[in-house]
Design a binder for this molecule. Structure first.
Ligand code: PAF
Length: 284
């Protein structure tokens, strides 16, 4: 595996692949990699000739009260994992390399769907994501880019600006990777104490129960409320429990496929998860 830290170096490394019309797959990460990231890399490996993974802790997606400086940086360990997963090129630029020293005057803002769910608690977060992902897609120019469905809203935002800006890439959503007890894998799980780690899988258990109830015909608002109560009782501080259509539009009832969303804190650690429930006319 090659490591490139400059845009020029990466372009040079990709020149032969581009000339030979190889299929380039791209996975964007902020490092501190876990099995969820590695599954994105495996999916890229399966579908593409050349796999590029970026590790860049992007300052523009952190709010003023979010800890950019203390975000875990584990480049050496991440490099080993990527080499094992047969990544071809690791792109690990500095902030200076990505943003330069001149003031930036351009923003990329996706409306509406960024102002809901996680966007309410993290104003500006998705603007930062949209900006850095646009830059990375322009730099790498992949055929396919792979993003996890765990960050469902992020994936929807990326799909939206890729379409709106006619960026020539196919965005592939990859299903959530879960631990054996159902907890969605996340870099943040590392912040949980042993006790909190034992409590955390309740999120997925409640989502599954919610799905079963919806399929039995229980009303959507009742189901969402049960999830909220279950989380409260288990000691979570609930940020939101919501249902949306798959395109993130609001829904009042379960009369189409819906995605159930949870964001809740255990101590200082904010966990998110989601589960899609497919609608069929025979429900209830
Ligand atoms: O999901 C992430 O790790 C980040 O938001 C991303 C997509 C790498 C952009 O910095």
């Amino acid at each position: 595996m090659k490591t490139e830290t400059s845009i020029q170096g990466l372009s040079a490394s990709l020149q032969t692949a581009r000339a030979a019309r190889k299929v380039i797959g791209f996975v964007a990460t902020m490092g501190n990699l876990h099995e969820g990231h590695i599954n994105l890399v495996r999916e890229a490996r399966r579908l593409c000739d050349v796999v590029v993974v970026s590790i860049f802790v992007n300052p523009t997606q952190f709010g003023p009260n979010e800890d950019f400086d203390n975000y875990p940086r584990t480049l050496e360990q991440d490099s080993h994992l990527l080499a094992e997963a047969e990544c071809d090129i690791l792109f690990a630029p500095s902030v200076e390399q990505m943003y330069g020293s001149r003031p930036r005057l351009t923003n990329i803002r996706v409306e509406k769907i960024t102002e809901d769910l996680c966007g309410l608690q993290r104003p500006g977060h998705f603007d930062g994501v949209a900006l850095v992902v646009t830059k990375l897609l322009n730099i790498v120019q992949p055929t396919y880019a792979f993003f996890g469905e765990k960050d469902y809203q992020q994936l929807a935002v990326i799909r939206q600006f890729v379409q709106d800006l006619s960026i020539p890439v196919d965005i592939i959503g990859v299903p959530i990777t879960r631990a054996a007890d159902g907890l969605a894998l996340s870099s943040r799980n590392g912040y949980l104490s042993e006790e909190q780690r034992n409590t955390a899988p309740i999120i997925y258990q409640l989502l599954q129960q919610a799905k079963a109830k919806l399929l039995q015909g229980v009303a959507l608002d009742v189901v969402l409320n049960d999830v909220k109560q279950g989380l409260d009782q288990a000691g979570f501080v609930v940020d939101y429990v919501e249902a949306r259509a798959t395109n993130l539009l609001h829904v009042e009832t379960f009369e189409q496929d819906v995605v159930l969303f949870v964001a809740a804190k255990l101590g200082n650690t904010r966990l998110i998860d989601n589960l899609m429930v497919k609608y069929s006319k025979s429900i209830g």
